[in-house]
Design a protein around this ligand. Sequence first.
Ligand code: ADP
Length: 192
Amino acid sequence: MQLNQRGVTVWLTGLSGAGKTTICQALEKRLREDGYKLEVLDGDVVRTNLTKGLTFSKEDRDENIRRIGFVSHLLTRNGVIVLVSAISPYRSVRDEVRNKIGDFIEVYVNAPLKVCEDRDVKGLYKKAREGQIKNFTGIDDPYEPPLNPEVECRTDKETLEESVEKVLSQIKQHLDNGHEVQTKLLSLQGIG
Ligand code: ADP
């Protein structure tokens, strides 16, 4: 059990099939084993409830991210580690959410489009190429990669374990920094 846990939002962005869900699930398992309080917001799941009815237009995609960001903020400020897995293709709304939340780790889950398309985990690329799905990210809709992500996972070049370790070390570093700040504040107030 971790007492006085600091919260942080870990935001995994990348193309469909890049590995967001896979990394997220592995992270969840590791963090739960270590006793952390955490919540997972998966883009596909969220679109069946919190953001149900939103389309894949730019406006609705941004609204989708703002709502996920809103919930992430509430949880983060209450000491929860929030793992968000969402394509989130637009840079400006990702940065908007980052600035609101503050305690934010952006993870760019990066694999070339060709690799994601060959994986075609959900069969969606095939449908997009055949024109059965419109506005599919990477095919006929844009993806704007992060310019300065805290972590980049090249899932075509590294193993899942390597990707997970990179993200875990960032999370732990973030939480440790928070602990240091808290200890300093308490000692300044004469409490620590
Ligand atoms: P997304 O959630 O980004 O749409 P998924 O996690 O559903 O992507 O699918 C990614 C696929 O890539 C999975 O089949 C996974 O096993 C595979 N994969 C291969 N190498 C990696 C890696 N290093 N990290 C994450 N996934 C990987």
